[in-house]
Write a protein that binds this ligand. Structure first.
Ligand SMILES: [Zn+2]
Length: 71
């Protein structure tokens, strides 16, 4: 792979920091665990998914007090 070839349209996976497996985050709205997605090559979303808020979060997002209240 030639990384310096900028003419090639390659879609890069966003460089999200992935949490350790087994990490648990509780949704402050519903008091239930968020779902930790698998870090698969074809998955371009963020690591955390909250069913209740219907929203994705990165580990950075979780540092904010507003997470799960973004909408
Ligand atoms: Zn939530």
């Amino acid at each position: 792979m030639n990384k310096s070839n900028s003419d090639t349209p390659v879609k890069f996976k966003p460089d999200y920091k992935w949490p350790k497996e087994g990490t648990e985050i509780i949704c402050p709205k519903k008091n239930e665990p968020l779902q930790l997605q698998k870090d698969l090559p074809h998955y371009y979303g963020k690591p955390w998914w909250c069913h209740h808020c219907q929203w994705q979060f990165t580990s950075e997002d979780l540092k904010s007090k507003d997470f799960c209240q973004l909408k």
